[in-house]
Design a protein. Structure first.
Length: 547
């Protein structure tokens, strides 16, 4: 402050300064220093404010790059290289361009252009370590202008492998989107066969880009119908097409579902004028999440609306991607007088969790409805454009940190093994049914009467492994006298629980006595002996009398 006051005092002495050149030079130096200090102070405050405003929750801006004049639409990643697809303005022409950048710093590594004619590149996908890019190519020297489809196959270092020019109709068209099921490529866009535009889809062989089959759909005959996005449902392999139908001059979102033979099996129109739908993402259960201009939708595999989050009007429908347990949207919202870039993280119920808002520059911006964005690891990459230069748009590329956003399901970890000892008293009558094998050794001494003696008590040890998935209630009925059992259970808490049970049963001692009856009882034997003796004595007496 003293420095400023000193300078102010110097200003008050202007007449003296005019008469003293040395003091004039000193004053000028002080004035320049003051202006520089104020400028640095204001600039630092602006930077601090912007940094605070663009960081929200667990979403954080890692870096942002402003590029060439034109529009950037899509991003793809191979290894540690980020690819950005779009076009740049060259005088009165537009030239399709692909940039490769370092994913950690955003530094430009290389660029590739299709300079044979005016061209625009809109989307990309990766399959088998190749980069596939689609867009439109203008036929030169033809009036009115006719555009055809342009399909490119490149190596990771942006060397062109093959090119396919495809004219879907005599009036041309453009390819807006490309995806893969890891077997084939699917490219979609529009053609102008009926005099207005209609949806057009082709399946390509990835090695030589030959066309295997095609499909067209013309929801109306009034104006422009365009296909913006293709998704493959992981649940059943069905092909979902997302785009716009111009029904009676009202542009509405439309969803068509095809089987693998390109047969139409389902249609749903998002019936709200102007509610264009642009892109689709799927979860592991086959539910579809769709980004529209006015709302976000969650649809079941049979096209029923499960959830809707009405957001009001965005500038455009925006981009969508499902990663881990969250859904990410790259949209444009009207905030503080401008359409601004916004990245949103939401739950699968379409509830907003975090929002990252770019307030770096006060200018209109856009994430286009065409072209995908990419997530790899804990980084999100999305490309768009703004109008900071006025009427001419320029590229804007963001890297956003999404740390801690993935919740991976894990198998339950077994808890500490706990031994539980319980005493169970069984009330008679009780029936215990068990199947087991027991080896017993019995020593018997047989006399007359016969006595069989067994060792007592008998201890039976039975080990059972029981797999239990739910609590089990067992009712035991016994016909034995009241008996006390001691049960030892070892319980392991896991998804399938193994229980080892040892049962010790005490059987009362018993003696089995078997008594045999002799062939002749003692009484009968004595009678027989008496009869024999009487008979013998009688016979002897008779013989003596005869003598």
């Amino acid at each position: 402050m003293q420095y400023l006051n000193s300078a102010y005092d110097e200003v008050l002495k202007t007449e003296t300064l005019h008469n003293n050149p040395a003091k004039l030079v000193s004053f000028s130096r002080k004035l320049v220093a003051i202006i520089s200090f104020i400028f640095i102070l204001l600039t630092s405050q602006i930077i601090i404010c912007s940094t605070q405003q663009i960081s929200s929750g667990e979403l954080s801006l890692l870096w942002v790059k402003y590029g060439r004049d034109g529009k950037a639409y899509a991003t793809c990643v191979i290894g540690s290289t980020l690819y950005v697809v779009g076009y740049y303005v060259n005088g009165s022409s537009v030239i399709g361009v692909i940039e490769s950048r370092d994913i950690n710093t955003g530094e430009l590594l290389k660029s590739w252009t299709y300079s044979n004619a005016s061209s625009r590149l809109y989307d990309c996908t990766v399959m088998g370590n190749y980069l596939y890019v689609v867009g439109g190519l203008e036929y030169p020297y033809i009036y009115p202008t006719i555009w055809s489809w342009l399909i490119l196959k490149l190596t990771p270092d942006l060397k062109l492998v093959s090119t396919r020019h495809y004219n879907p109709s005599i009036k041309g068209g453009e390819a807006f989107t490309i995806t893969t099921d890891e077997r084939y490529l699917y490219v979609g866009g529009y053609d102008r066969s009926p005099g207005n535009s209609q949806w057009h889809l082709i399946m390509l062989e990835p090695n030589n880009l030959s066309i295997l089959k095609s499909y067209t759909s013309n929801p109306d005959n009034y104006y422009d119908d365009e296909l913006y996005s293709i998704g493959i449902n992981p649940l059943n392999g069905k092909i979902w097409l997302i785009g716009v139908a111009d029904l009676y001059w009202n542009r509405m979102g439309r969803v068509e579902v095809l089987d693998q033979n390109f047969a139409l099996i389902g249609v749903r129109t998002i019936e709200h004028a102007g509610n264009l739908c642009s892109q689709v993402a799927f979860d592991e259960f086959g539910y579809a999440y769709i980004s529209c201009r006015y709302e976000w939708l969650k649809l079941s595999p049979d096209l029923k609306i499960v959830k809707s989050n009405w957001r009001g009007e965005f500038d455009k429908a925006g981009k969508i991607l499902l990663h881990g347990d969250h859904i990410y949207f790259a949209i444009t919202e009207f905030i503080d007088g401008y359409y601004r870039h916004v990245v949103i993280r939401a739950t699968k119920d379409l509830d907003v969790v975090n929002k990252l808002l770019s307030l770096l520059i006060d200018t209109d911006s856009s994430f286009d409805i065409i072209g995908k964005f990419t997530i790899t690891g804990d980084k999100l990459f999305v490309a768009g454009y703004d109008y900071a230069k006025g009427a001419t748009s320029r590229w804007v590329i963001y890297s956003v940190g999404i740390a801690h956003a993935i919740v991976s399901p894990t198998a339950p970890t077994p808890s500490t093994i706990t031994t539980v000892v319980t005493t169970l008293t069984i009330t008679s009558p009780t029936t215990i049914t068990t199947t087991y094998t027991t080896t017993k050794t019995t020593t018997s001494t047989i006399t007359s009467p016969i006595t069989i003696i067994t060792s007592s008590p008998i201890t039976v040890t039975n080990t059972q492994t029981i797999v239990v998935t739910q609590p089990v209630t067992t009712t035991v009925i016994s016909t034995q006298p009241p008996t006390t059992y001691t049960t030892t259970k070892v319980v392991t808490a896991s998804l399938l629980t193994a229980i080892t049970k040892t049962v010790t049963s005490t059987v009362p001692e018993y003696t089995l006595t078997i008594t045999e009856k002799p062939l002749f009882s003692e009484e009968i034997t004595a009678l027989i002996i008496a009869i024999i003796m009487i008979t013998t004595s009688t016979a002897i007496g008779v013989k003596l009398k005869k003598r």
